[in-house]
Design a protein around this ligand. Structure first.
Ligand code: DGJ
Length: 779
């Protein structure tokens, strides 16, 4: 709810559990008062505000008659440089006079019920508070927008800068939001990484100075996600105060978290000001991407759940909100570029037998692409690989009983392509200079109207040329040699922003033309996992790392902000193509099933053992798919600080859950282990485990301990047994009340201690895991 109180010029933004307060102060600045757990209206705001009586040493006072009013020590909703605030500003610009000092004061406010930005990802809105500030002397208007989401405890902010001068102004920096607060020893939590190690959680206690993290890569990047949280030091998953901020944008961004010497904390986030120079002519405006803010007083899991609910209800295309997503097989790790129709159909045929629902044809089907040196841009089929084209293959796949999906990488071009030969000026590069390449390719200039029109037309033709129900939209390089032939010299500093807007325009068009196609975004895995892409494409290929143990870190980190329904995971072959690690096939599934499930291995080469257990995995997933894709996710133990990590996904009514227990390395003679489950509805629960199977091949000569006959390891009989025999793991069944699960906890079977094995001993090898189904007992 948005409320304005005239008497003290305060704005209250209330959600179910939080309150955000700001007011217009005596100098007409928009001052921040409070953000946190829900509170009542202040009877007197001066009792709550930070105020200095006298000028502090070397500080600058705002005016002659206000010696204690220093912008550097005032909590501000939007900040500029030049009037004594020396912290990182939200906004910085060059004015027609050449001056760079801006002073924004309150002009007006209104509550608007219709707000939609053109060709830009954004949250759906009902009511938005618009506060207009102006720099009276310099004719610059700034509109601040606040939308409030009662149920999800979230607020969405952004701003718009309008030039009212006859002459041009130049924006050097225009972030989306800024928040000032009194520091409470906050710890900064962010998601860092690189290719095949995306979004690992990192924690940083703050000290005076600025922590800045950003992307200069043209995409939001795998180095740092455009998300961060601030938490009080005692905050855990289920306890303590924390704040979260996520940007709805897919290009270069920056985040600054600054602690000044007087313990005031400023955090801001938005389009990167590095390599950004945005001239605005008279009446032109710049609209910053939106930022989602949330606060939890009961730990990080609640913070994540706020984001998840909000994203599912207000960011993701509502066509896909609760629509169960198909289980797919993708041929990339199975074949890479080396395939033909026969090979693809062999994989698809087996996929159907296993219960898979969709086949995605990955890279290599077009132009003359047999490696990554050529053909990006030439979106017509390779006759050698697909004699009857995409349509012919799709129809054959449909005949097998599977849906058909296709991979594209439309933003790119290879020098060795027909497209580049006919339009070399469409690539991002500096005229008459040799460009640097990434994965042997160049980026197409999406600021150029012709390029956008070409992409819309070509992709529209491709997507309607065959029965395509799923598209994997890839993007495999960071930017270099940035220059657009299309933009004027004076506008080159707009490039990164306009590229991102160009991409959004193409996506807006295609997703409107093909509302039923499920789009999955991908950028060498997770190089562009952000809310901007999720607005158009409801799921993202999380990482090119399909190793189950690495995925525990990646998926856990990703879940801090993003819902399970956006996290796409594949069961890969053995060993991992990224780290050469061997993990049990059952664990590969147990990790991948928390989110959108797929398989990415040569299914036509499976052993009968693998076939049987994959069939069982898929039928388990289908039975619990709604829960695993849309349930409430809880991180019970982190892979970052425990040998046994644990996740749980719970139904809306808190009556059904699936718990995953994942071991890193096997421990000899380990301690007994139990886990506290205090989030279920009161009642009695039956807890069973998913039936899993060991591969006896991994047991070596121990196989002889359980068999009446002797087999020689790696010889014929051993192989026959290993390939066909389903050696069932322990059987778990308990009945406990929710109160018992919360207090005396769920006690696991003891693990194998080297002395004996039966149905009640959990044989957990290195990277072993179990899934438990927790269901309310019906009377
Ligand atoms: C990078 C993606 O992340 C992979 O899954 C695969 O599609 C390759 N690109 C294909 O080039």
């Amino acid at each position: 709810m948005i409320e304005y109180f005239k008497e003290d010029k305060t704005f209250y933004l209330n959600t179910e559990n939080t309150t955000y307060v700001m007011f217009v102060n005596e100098y007409n600045h928009l001052e921040h008062l409070y953000y946190g757990p829900k509170i009542e209206k202040f009877s007197n705001i001066s009792d709550a505000r930070i105020k200095y009586e006298f000028e502090l040493g070397t500080h600058v006072s705002y005016s002659k008659d206000a010696k204690g009013y220093m912008l550097n020590n005032t909590l501000l909703e939007v900040s500029t440089y030049g009037k004594g605030d020396f912290r990182e500003p939200t906004l910085h610009m060059e004015l027609p006079t050449g001056s760079r000092t801006i002073d924004l004061t309150y002009l007006s406010h209104e509550i608007i019920s219709e707000l939609k930005w053109k060709n830009m990802p954004q949250a759906t809105k009902t009511k938005t508070l618009k506060i207009t500030l102006q720099d009276i002397q310099n004719n610059v208007i700034t509109n601040l927008y606040y939308s409030v989401y009662q149920q999800d405890d979230t607020i969405v902010r952004n701003m718009e800068i309008i030039n009212k001068n006859e002459e041009e102004i130049i924006l050097d920096k225009a972030l989306s939001f800024s928040i000032d607060m009194l520091n409470k020893d906050y710890i900064l939590t962010k998601l860092d990484g690189t290719w095949i190690r995306e979004r690992n959680i990192s924690n940083h206690p703050l000290t005076p100075g600025t922590v800045r993290f950003d992307s200069k890569k043209g995409v939001s990047s795998n180095d740092h996600n455009p998300f961060f949280a601030l938490k009080e030091p005692n905050t855990q998953e289920d306890y303590g105060k924390c704040f979260g901020f996520a940007l709805i944008y897919s290009g270069n961004f920056e985040a600054n978290i600054e602690l000044n010497p007087h313990n005031l904390l400023r955090a801001n986030l938005g389009v990167n000001s590095f390599d950004f120079r945005y001239p605005l002519k008279k009446d032109e405006s710049f609209i910053t991407p939106e930022v989602v803010l949330t606060c939890s007083d009961s730990g990080l899991t609640k913070l994540s759940n706020n984001f998840h609910q909000f994203i599912s209800s207000n960011i993701i295309n509502q066509n896909f909100k609760n629509k169960e997503r198909p289980i797919l097989v993708n041929n990339w790790e199975a074949t890479y570029f080396d395939f033909n129709q026969k090979k693809i159909l062999a994989i698809a045929k087996k996929a159907k037998k296993l219960g898979i629902e969709l086949f995605c044809l990955d890279d290599g089907w077009f132009g003359k692409r047999n490696d990554d040196y050529s053909s990006l841009g030439d979106w017509y089929y390779n006759k050698k690989k697909l004699p009857r084209g995409v349509k012919g293959l799709a129809e054959k796949i449909n005949k097998l009983g599977l849906d058909f999906g296709i991979w594209v990488e439309p933003e790119m071009v290879n020098e060795d392509s027909d497209l580049y030969r006919s339009h070399p000026d469409w690539a991002v590069k500096i005229p008459n200079q040799q460009p640097s390449l990434g994965r042997n390719q160049l980026v197409l200039d999406l600021t150029n109207e012709e390029v956008k029109a070409y992409l819309k037309k070509t992709l529209e033709e491709l997507f309607s040329s065959a029965p395509i129900t799923y598209v994997k939209w890839d993007m495999n390089r960071n930017f270099s040699d940035v220059y657009s032939n299309f933009l004027d010299k004076n506008d080159q500093g707009k490039f990164y922003y306009l590229y991102t807007m160009g991409l959004y325009e193409v996506l807006e068009y295609l997703t409107n033309q093909f509302p039923d196609i499920l789009f999955e975004s991908c950028a060498s895995g997770g190089n562009r996992f952000d809310l901007g892409m999720l607005y158009y494409m409801p799921q993202t290929w999380t990482s090119d790392d399909t190793d189950a143990y690495e995925r525990l870190k990646i998926q856990e980190g990703t879940s801090l902000c993003y819902p399970l329904s956006s996290i796409s995971n594949h069961v890969c072959g053995d060993s991992s193509h990224q780290v050469f690690r061997h993990t049990p096939l059952e664990t590969r599934f147990n990790v991948a099933c928390f989110g959108i499930l797929g398989y990415e291995l040569d299914l036509s080469q499976l052993t009968p053992f693998e076939e049987k257990i994959i069939t069982k995995q898929i039928s388990f997933y289908k039975e619990h798919r709604a829960l695993l894709q849309f349930g409430r996710f809880v991180r019970l133990r982190s892979v970052n600080n425990s040998n046994y990590s644990a996740w749980m996904v719970i139904s809306d009514d808190n009556k059904k859950a699936i718990l995953g227990l994942f071991q890193a390395l096997a421990i000899p003679s380990p301690a007994m282990d139990s886990i506290k489950l205090d989030m279920l509805e009161s009642g009695t629960y039956k807890i069973t485990n998913r039936t899993q199977y060991h591969n006896v091949r991994t047991m070596g000569t121990l196989i002889n301990e359980g068999l009446p006959i002797r087999v020689k390891v790696n010889h014929f009989l051993h192989n026959v047994i290993a390939n066909r025999y389903l050696f069932e793991a322990d059987k778990f069944q308990k009945v406990l009340t929710s109160n018992q699960l919360a207090n005396s906890e769920l006690l696991f079977h003891h693990t194998f201690t080297g002395t004996g094995l039966n149905d009640s001993v959990m044989l957990l090898e290195d990277f072993g895991s179990r899934l438990f189904i927790i269901e309310e007992e019906k009377n």
